[in-house]
Design a protein around this ligand. Sequence first.
Ligand code: FES
Length: 167
Amino acid sequence: MDGLKERIRRAVHNQPQPTVTILSSLLSVEDELGYIPREAVEEVAGYNRVTVNDVWAVVSFYPNFRTVPPCEHRIEVCWGPSCHLVGAMPVIESVLEAAGLAEEGDTPDGKLTVRYNTCLGACALAPVMSIDHHLVGRADPKKGRELVGRALDNNSGDPHEGAGFRG
Ligand code: FES
């Protein structure tokens, strides 16, 4: 059994909670791999005794499930109410422009995923963004461009530097 299939099998079969569903199985795979490959759909179908089509129906219902491997880095920009009121849109625009994207999505080189988020859970520090789950409070367009630049450039050091709420 290859490494990918073994990781999927373990993720699906070792769920700790008593009630296992198609959704919980998919979330477990997503936690393990960061996406849902075709092989996982087959494993989840077999384990939950449903058809592959049933599993695809769940995968396609939730836009947050990825079916391709994740990019190297992930930047999320909050556009929830608190962030929207204090300047989320200019941050989003600067991030998209620096990433060369028209909308949220992946850069073609596979280095960066940009996603919008409806609340990153730190409203008091709005506008908020994150890079690889490291939060950045009081973000502004300059910070957005800076983080995208670091994520896209292999030679510019730690892309998470400056993330967090200090400084
Ligand atoms: S609304 Fe942006 S962090 Fe809550």
